[in-house]
Write a protein that binds this ligand. Structure first.
Ligand code: PGA
Length: 260
């Protein structure tokens, strides 16, 4: 794992934006796996700016989002379809026909999950998968005890996750209980993974993911099995790590090492 520790949220977010922009410049037809959540909003703002000011083009990029709430139509303001349009897609030159999220309102969510896996396989897999991390260590909506080999399927959200996401919905009743999410196996199949974590609330989950045992109890720890996983952290999110001196020795200032 590449552990890059940056001074603050702005610097960590800019580091991730730089990696995404570099990937798209190197491969204009890249297949990107996208994430949602509060952490990604400043990242998408930076990518919008890089599109506008630096000519980063997404015209040939294909995207697959990690997840969507079961029961929500794409037009629902709390859906991740809406989030992605508002945060990114409406502001860049991406072809909407090449953007994908699971349909939360699919009549048969299990068939939708299988079709989503087939769609990803059909384009040859994901080149770069963006990830956030939940306070409980989830990636996508793979809550603790998710199978480390799982594919896209329905997951029941934990009370903790529903509480964290309540701010995006009118009240307790309307906060969705289920999500369609790529599995941990789906995520591990991406050719590279790029996780962004900022803020002290993520410190415990980050430490368990990087330095804890590989365990379904902390789904992000599965990234230890991935040959090309980069975790970009701000100092607050890195504050529970024990091997910080080593990470900073290998990647001073969160930059590249001599060999990678
Ligand atoms: P957050 O969500 O960015 O809103 O903290 C991250 C996640 O739950 O994966």
């Amino acid at each position: 794992m590449k552990v890059l520790i940056l001074e603050d949220e702005g610097a960590a977010t800019a580091r991730v934006a730089g990696i995404v922009a570099r990937s798209v410049r190197a491969n204009p037809a890249a297949v990107l796996g996208l994430a949602t959540g509060g952490t990604m909003l400043p990242l998408y703002r930076l990518l919008r700016d890089m599109h506008r000011d630096e000519g980063v083009s997404f015209a040939q990029v294909t995207t697959f989002n990690l997840d969507e709430y079961v029961g929500l139509a794409p037009e629902h303001p709390g859906s991740y379809h809406s989030y992605m349009r508002e945060a990114l897609f409406d502001h860049i030159d991406i072809d909407l026909a090449r953007t994908h999220l699971p349909r939360g309102d699919a009549p048969d969510p299990t068939a939708e999950a299988d079709a989503y896996e087939a769609l990803i396989a059909g384009v040859g897999g994901i080149d770069l998968q963006l990830l956030g991390i939940g306070r409980n260590g989830h990636i996508g909506f793979n809550e603790p005890t998710s199978s480390l080999g799982s594919a896209t399927r329905i997951k029941t959200l934990t009370t903790e996750t529903r509480a964290a996401n309540r701010q995006y919905f009118a009240d307790d009743e309307t906060t969705p209980r289920y999500a369609l999410t790529m599995g941990i196996g789906t995520i591990l199949a991406a050719r590279s993974c790029l996780l962004l974590a900022t803020g002290a609330a993520k410190a415990d989950a980050v430490a368990r993911a990087i330095e804890g045992p590989v365990s379904a109890a902390c789904p992000a720890s599965a990234l230890q099995m991935h040959a090309r996983a980069t975790l970009v952290l701000d100092r607050a999110a890195a504050s529970d790590l024990k091997l910080t001196d080593y990470y900073e020795h290998v990647h001073p200032g969160g930059g590249e090492s001599e060999f990678d």
